[in-house]
Design a binder for this molecule. Structure first.
Ligand code: NAD
Ligand code: UDX
Length: 440
């Protein structure tokens, strides 16, 4: 099958590559010409483990193409995936300008019946809007091709995106016309044969499933983060609480790891977007609003805890390890590290930092405070002469740090372990004034 994927970001690129791995002929199209040039030269614009190898293989075998030519991309495929961004607007609602601009371009060049598959996370009713937009443009052209717009939300996690696309927990397909089913099953035939569950529903329900899932996970994280705050005050241990809670199959231990607050390109934006969808329909999304509030509070509490224990932060030098919103990604969108660093700088601290992949993007996201930040080439250089150390993101390489050497390089020995990666170490409390999260 010939498939076009519009948008070669974290979702579109991974999807396009995996669809080519499934044996389809895939054009990955993006308006960013530099991105396409780089991809054609074998350079991936994002860090996603395992992607490069599969991409290069399928590119060399002639199943995967990169193009910035929308006309050719629309005309030559049977199925067109939309995987462009839906960033938040000022009020939190999803900005649909990129999705609708794709719909207009598709309408402009469509030359036969095609299925449009929406992978972007979009408010309920967007499928209908995309369909209407395409038909309007077709009418302006005096043409009357049939189309179907399908909702097929994406559930991949960054850093594990390749595996998540090869072995998803489920594939959700929201449709309005049964004639799409055969093609949709053919697209994902490999997953079908591998017994991945398929869930078929109507388009609006499918659109809402995506927001409902992300918001639920965000609520779960905010819930355990509040438990961590309380546990710390009452002298309990949040990791044990989460572990024992998770033994109840109805709760599950997943997404019960307390930390500095959830970040990334999805949870913060999608929770705000569903609250705005609720407002539009007169429904208060009170549980999700509380989760958003708790997440903001969590990031504030981190700075307060550092200040409470280190004293006046004015003139203090603080080492921050881990900048990306989670390990194994270079994505800095809504990373808690940004707020934490800005708060510490506001209190008069200077920052030294190291992150295996996040420093490039961090340096432009933090550009207004960069004069107070030193980006270091490794952990040792980062902690040298610092008064305190804060682990914000739990990259695996930080777990194996030689704590004795870290301590020797530091000026003072405050250590705030916001991901509890060293709380089981026998030495950590001897070497440092050690502050894990939600426990002593
Ligand atoms: P992204 O910002 O990384 O990439 C979007 C890409 O689309 C960019 O390369 C941009 O140049 C391109 N683009 C924008 N307008 C275009 C147009 N008119 N024609 C061609 N290309 C265009 O975004 P992302 O993180 O891949 O997210 C895409 C969508 O998927 C969003 O709706 C997001 O909510 C959803 N999603 C993201 C993730 C994730 O982990 N990042 C997971 C699931 C769902
Ligand atoms: C998320 C969803 O998991 C995925 O299904 C969806 O398609 C996109 O959004 P992603 O943002 O890539 O994926 O990462 P995820 O692993 O979900 O982590 C999101 C944030 O929550 C990170 O900041 C992470 O540190 C935090 N988190 C996650 C916790 O603080 N505790 C946990 O137990 C899990």
């Amino acid at each position: 099958m010939k498939i076009t994927v519009i948008g070669t970001g974290y979702v579109g690129l991974v999807q396009g590559v995996i669809l080519s791995e499934f044996g389809h002929e895939v054009i990955c199209m993006d308006i960013n010409e530099e991105k396409i040039r780089n991809l054609n030269n074998g350079f991936i614009p994002i860090y996603e483990p395992g992607l490069k190898e599969i991409m290069n293989k399928n590119f060399l075998e002639g199943r995967l193409y990169f193009s910035s030519n929308i006309k050719e991309a629309v005309e030559s495929s049977d199925v067109i995936f939309i995987a462009v961004g839906t960033p938040p607007m000022d009020d939190g609602s999803a900005d649909l300008q990129y999705v609708l601009s794709c719909a207009k371009e598709i309408g402009k060049y469509i030359n036969a019946y095609k299925i449009i598959v929406n992978k972007s996370t979009v408010p309920v009713g967007t499928g209908e809007l995309v369909e209407k937009t395409i038909y309007e443009v077709l009418e302006e052209r005096g043409l009357s091709y049939d189309i179907d717009v399908v909702s097929n939300p994406e559930f991949l996690r960054e850093g594990k995106a390749v595996n998540d696309c090869l072995r998803p927990d489920r594939v959700v397909i929201g449709y309005e016309n049964e004639r799409v089913l055969e093609t949709m099953k053919e697209i994902y035939n490999v997953l079908y044969l591998n017994k991945v569950p398929f869930f078929f529903t109507n388009r609006k329900t499918s659109e809402m499933i995506k927001y409902a899932s992300n918001a639920f996970l965000a609520v779960k994280i905010s819930y355990i983060n509040e438990m961590a705050l309380l546990a710390e005050n009452v002298g309990a241990n949040v990791q044990d609480i989460a572990q024992a809670m998770g033994m109840d199959g109805r709760i599950s231990p997943k997404f019960l790891h307390s930390g500095p607050g959830y970040g990334g390109s999805c949870f913060p934006k999608d929770t705000r977007a569903i609250v705005e969808i609720g407002k539009k329909y007169g429904e208060e999304m009170s549980v999700i609003e509380a989760a958003i509030y708790a997440n903001e509070k969590q990031k504030r509490k981190v700075t307060e805890k550092i200040e409470k224990n280190m004293g006046n932060l004015n003139g203090k030098k603080i080492a921050i390890l881990g900048l990306s919103f989670k390990p194994e990604t270079d994505d800095m969108r809504d990373a808690p590290s940004i707020d934490i660093i800005k708060n510490l700088i506001k209190k008069g601290s200077t920052i030294k930092t190291y992150c295996p992949k996040g420093m490039g993007e961090a340096s432009w996201r933090l550009k207004e405070v960069n004069d107070k930040i030193t980006y270091c080439k490794n952990e040792i250089e980062c902690v040298k002469d610092c008064d305190g150390l804060v682990i914000v993101t739990e990259w695996n390489q930080f777990r194996g740090l030689n704590l004795k050497i870290i301590r020797e390089k530091m000026k003072d020995n405050f250590y705030f372990d916001l991901r509890n990666i060293h709380c089981k170490s026998s030495k950590v409390r001897e070497l440092f004034k050690y502050f894990p999260l939600g426990q002593k």
